[in-house]
Design a protein around this ligand. Structure first.
Ligand code: ADP
Length: 290
């Protein structure tokens, strides 16, 4: 790949054709060190919850972080962060992301719509155009990480973001532990490999639950399926996050679970689990920089 900007040597970086005949889409001109895709084989496994908490954890650790909700048909990030009443503003020819903290910026389809309860009926080209705008027309500033929450399954949005975003490091796959969910996540692993991207790791969400009454661990959806899939497909395992009623409540109340309430100093295994997943992810990303 040329180290000159695309087209400066008269050839496209993507396909090596002459730039005047090249049909390849151009990468968006944004400053981001690592783009991380978050995928799942199916809905309801906690992909958006993990994206929100992972992005928040990265920003809490001092990384300038962007969170891009590309679940265009079912955007839930804004609700989970309690910013669903805010709207993206334009300044000059740039769209300003919503600043959740000094180091966490968010863009979502839900922040553009007047009616958030109406379905979005869009065909592929419209989605591709929106994704291009969410990258190139947004004033993201300089980011260390851009966490991209993709729709469940193996759709166009993932292909589009890989085409338009620079520095896509790879994908994180969220699954629940039971066999059927793991089966779906193996499709996601193969999809990521088809896009010629590394799988940065599997996260097993809803992995066991500590009974709030007796303290025993209940394996509601089983345990260990994500780890088994990681071994089988020779990809990293980033960790397990238990089912935690507080995590569900946080999502419904519009706050990231990992943001502790003032005065809350009690040890919290779920909080530690999310932090561990984030640390393991950073290790995987940094390995690739060496
Ligand atoms: P997806 O993005 O995969 O469709 P969501 O992140 O929207 O899934 O999560 C689905 C529901 O499960 C939400 O109500 C969320 O709060 C809840 N949830 C996700 N992970 C956990 C967890 N570890 N413990 C408790 N509830 C969870």
């Amino acid at each position: 790949m040329s180290d000159q900007p695309d087209g400066c040597d008269g050839h496209c970086d993507g396909c090596s054709q002459k730039t005047d005949t090249c049909q390849q889409p151009k990468k968006a001109d944004i400053s981001v060190r690592h783009v991380i895709l978050v995928l799942s084989g199916k809905g309801g496994v906690g992909k958006s919850t993990v994206s929100v908490n992972l992005a928040y954890a990265l920003s809490n650790h001092g990384y300038q972080t962007g969170l891009l909700d590309l679940d265009i048909h079912g955007p839930s990030i804004a609700k989970m962060l309690g910013i669903e009443d805010l709207r993206l503003q334009a300044i000059g020819n740039k769209i300003m992301p919503v600043k959740v903290t000094g180091s966490l910026k968010v863009v979502s389809m839900a922040l553009l719509l007047n009616e958030t309860d109406s379905p979005i009926v869009w065909r592929g080209p419209m989605k591709a155009a929106a994704i291009q705008q969410f990258l190139g027309d947004v004033d993201w500033g300089t980011l260390d990480y851009l966490v991209v929450d993709l729709p469940p399954g193996t759709g166009d949005e993932a292909l589009n973001i890989v085409q338009y975003a620079p520095n896509v490091e790879g994908a994180v796959i969220v699954t629940t532990p039971q066999d059927v969910a793991v089966l779906d996540s193996t499709k996601a692993i193969k999809f990521v490999e088809m896009m010629e991207l590394p799988v940065l790791g599997i996260i097993e969400n809803m992995s066991g639950m500590v009974c709030p009454h007796c303290g025993d661990v209940i394996d509601l959806f089983g345990k260990g399926g994500g780890q088994k899939a990681a071994v089988k497909y020779n990809v990293p395992f980033l960790g397990e996050i238990p089912i935690d009623i507080e995590m569900r409540k946080a999502g419904d109340e519009g706050r990231a679970f990992i943001v502790r309430k003032p005065g809350d100093t009690k040890p919290n295994p779920t909080w530690d689990a999310v932090d561990k997943v984030m640390e393991n992810l950073i290790v995987e990303v940094e390995k690739r920089e060496e």
